[in-house]
Write a protein that binds this ligand. Structure first.
Ligand SMILES: Nc1ncnc2c1ncn2[C@@H]1O[C@H](COP(=O)(O)OP(=O)(O)OP(=O)(O)O)[C@@H](O)[C@H]1O
Ligand SMILES: [Mg+2]
Length: 373
């Protein structure tokens, strides 16, 4: 656990504090994302936690112990630090860069080599190919990965990550974020993660700390921040698509209705009774192999009548072939698929199995409920 109590930093020669009376706690095993515009004090806060710089006032405790009682070199060896702008040593190979902290810890050569290869594999680089390269021979994204590997080298329980994925394009960034989330699920490290991208904050953070001009403006879970921005600064920072962002916090499975009505293709014209009995608003039509060929909805029945010609219904069903989402898809992406396919209903699947249905109305209701919480 990291605890900051009334911490301030005034750089020499500056009148305004870079960090102003900051109090916050990062719980063990949680990722806290510090977010805010350039110059608001994010990096300064990180650098005070591992004593790269000293506080002007206030106290920082790690697991209840005042960091001023720890030797700064020892402290830095025990805390993983991903530097803004990556900061790989240019004249050292990838392997040597990653080995810096293990060497300081006095690890034997064999152990270091094994760990370097393990980390390279973990971050998706081929050890054979990349261990002898120099930073200038890597792409921006590869350098960033090596920066993260270097910080993780001795498996520290605390990681400070300063814009760790800042230098890569959106696709690579998304991929790195997903990979890191997957790792963190197992590692459960205590992480302070800096970004100026609110979307990255929402995705990566168990808690988000929003900074403005050295002050903490709001601290809370992504949902708290999105549903109850404390002031106009936070509101502006989140942006106009606040509700869509709320939808990125939930998955289809959180909303799907589990009543499943199915019918064979031959039963098509007369499914209304079955749907009514089950209280379902969609009926999945199964092909001869038992797979979902599509579905029909109450709206279809209202429009075409209960006993419409089966060709009409079959055409409607066939048009919904793609209108299915997996349970683990984000609500935001389900909404996007509805818009793309011009449908208000989607079938929900777990692998090849139909597990429910979701409608635009369900998504809208969920969003307004979460917005009000
Ligand atoms: N070594 C320094 N000496 C003097 N002033 C500094 C120093 N480092 C940072 N500052 C100032 O302190 C303030 C906070 O800087 P900091 O680097 O913490 O911001 P940041 O939130 O990390 O910004 P960015 O998003 O651009 O990285 C800024 O006004 C900056 O100019
Ligand atoms: Mg910074």
């Amino acid at each position: 656990m990291i605890e900051l109590r009334e911490v301030s930093k005034v750089y020499p020669g500056q009148s305004a504090p870079a960090v102003d009376n900051l109090s916050m706690t990062v719980e063990k095993g949680e990722t806290c994302v510090l977010v805010g515009p350039s110059g608001c004090g994010k990096s300064t806060t990180l650098r005070m936690i591992n004593r790269m710089i000293d506080t002007t006032a206030g106290t920082i405790l790690i697991d209840g112990k005042d960091i001023r009682q720890s030797d700064p070199d020892k402290l830095r060896m025990d805390i993983g630090y991903v530097i803004q702008q990556i900061g790989l040593l240019p004249h050292r190979s990838v392997a040597e860069n990653i080995a810096i902290v293990p060497r300081l810890h006095g690890w034997p050569k064999d152990r270091i080599k094994k760990r370097v290869d393990e980390l390279l594999t973990l971050i998706g680089l081929d050890p054979e190919e990349s261990r002898h390269k120099f930073p200038s021979q890597l792409s921006g994204g590869q350098m960033q990965r090596v920066g993260v590997a270097r910080a993780m080298a001795v498996d520290p329980p605390i990681m400070l990550m300063d814009e760790p994925f800042g230098a890569v394009d959106p696709i690579a960034r998304n991929h790195l974020q997903d990979e890191f989330l997957r790792l963190q699920k197992e590692m459960k490290k205590t992480i302070c993660f800096v970004t100026h991208d609110i979307n990255e904050a929402i995705k990566m953070g168990d808690r988000i700390a929003i900074f403005s001009a050295g002050q903490l403006v709001q601290y809370g879970t992504p949902q708290e921040i999105l549903s109850k921005p404390t002031n106009d600064f936070v509101k502006d920072f989140i942006g106009l698509d606040r509700v869509v962002k709320i939808l990125s916090l939930f998955h289809v499975k959180d909303v799907a209705r589990r009543t499943i009505c199915t019918a064979g293709e031959s039963e098509l014209p007369n499914v209304a009774g079955k749907m009514r009995d089950l209280g379902a608003d969609t009926c999945f039509v199964l092909d001869n192999g038992g797979r979902a060929a599509g579905f029909i909805t109450w709206e279809d029945i209202a429009k075409h009548g209960d006993s419409a010609a089966s060709e009409t219904m079959q055409q409607i069903v066939a048009g919904r072939k793609k209108a299915f989402v997996q349970e683990l898809v984000l609500l935001r992406d389900a909404l996007s698929l509805m818009l793309e396919l011009d449908t208000e209903h989607l079938g929900v699947m777990d692998g090849n199995r139909i597990t429910g249905a979701i409608s635009l109305r369900d998504i809208r209701k969920h969003a307004s409920k979460k917005e009000g919480e």
